[in-house]
Design a protein. Structure first.
Length: 302
């Protein structure tokens, strides 16, 4: 059963068409990442799903309800983690979560929530004393308090250093293992790669690609690049395959059959007593695909 089902969604602000016929679904237990440049329409789309914006046309179902009319029943079943949550900085972590739990019929135990987000050693600390990463974990904890079936995460690791981001990814991964359905927005391609079962790319109000991170936009079938340092005294023309030399002086072979090409190159190298230093084989990264998909779009207010 689809937890989220969107069909031909549209939303305009005057002459600005923010969302233009968006359709997608999210199944129970999935983690889906929504990507797009600023002004692509992803924020508007997510806010419609959360019930905070009305749509112009199209159908939207969230947990079997129209979010425009879901009211309290929907609020009891979803969790929302904004980019920044305003809480009283003089309350402790436990006090903030206990107060928030009072708004819900069947909240998770505060101690359990604190454990899930790894804030056990900060349970009695005042919010104002938390680091940026710890405050972000508290934001996630607030979204988890209602024991939601569906969790919306908005840019969950913006401003984090690499270590804090990895810790946040582990925490979000734990949510998936708990059976939560997660819809997250992010600008980080490696974050989508690490967390999402599927990626939806929105540009200029339309979905331009959708699929698993490893194959979206034809990534799995794209030509591979074999790069290596030319052996001393060997010209590019002496190699058994056609190569280009990049700005760093590395030889680049672009091929749809990397296994065969690599065998040809290594066989040649071994026969000629050479070592192919800095040898690597890569396909386009998710960053590369994302840039290609959104390069020609015009940013509009979201």
């Amino acid at each position: 059963m689809a937890v989220i089902d969107v069909s031909d969604l549209t939303k305009s602000y005057g002459d600005v068409h923010a969302v233009r016929g968006v359709s997608f679904s999210v199944e129970q237990g999935e983690c889906v990442a929504v990507l797009g440049p600023n002004g692509a329409g992803k924020t508007t789309t997510v806010e419609i799903l959360e019930g905070y914006r009305t749509r112009d046309s199209g159908s939207v179902s969230v947990l079997g309800m129209d979010p425009a009319h879901g009211g309290t029943e929907l609020r009891q079943r979803i969790g929302i983690v904004l980019q920044e949550c305003g809480v009283d900085p003089y309350l402790t972590v436990s006090e903030v979560l206990t107060m928030h739990a009072g708004y819900y019929n069947k909240p998770l135990a505060v101690a359990d929530v604190i454990d899930i987000v790894n804030l056990g050693d900060k349970a009695t600390a005042r919010v104002k004393t938390l680091s940026g990463g710890q405050k972000r974990r508290l934001d996630v904890a607030l979204g988890l308090v209602p024991d939601p079936e569906l969790l919306f995460l908005d840019e969950p690791t913006t401003g984090f250093d690499p270590t804090a981001r990895r810790q946040a990814w582990d925490m979000i991964g734990n949510l998936a293992r708990m059976g939560k359905t997660v819809l997250l927005t992010t600008h980080y391609m490696d974050e989508a790669q690490a967390l999402a079962d599927r990626v939806i790319v929105i540009a200029a109000g339309r979905i331009v690609a959708e699929g698993p991170p490893d194959s979206i936009g034809g990534r799995a079938d794209a030509d591979a690049q074999i790069t290596f340092q030319l052996p001393t005294g060997v010209s590019a023309g002496a190699l058994p395959l056609a190569v280009e030399v990049d700005g760093d002086g590395l030889a680049v072979v672009t091929t749809s059959t990397p296994t065969a090409a690599l065998q040809t190159l290594t066989t040649w190298a071994l026969a000629n007593g050479g070592e192919l230093r800095q040898l690597s084989v890569t396909r386009p990264s998710l960053d590369d695909i994302y840039v290609a998909l959104t390069a020609d779009t015009i940013e509009e207010p979201s």
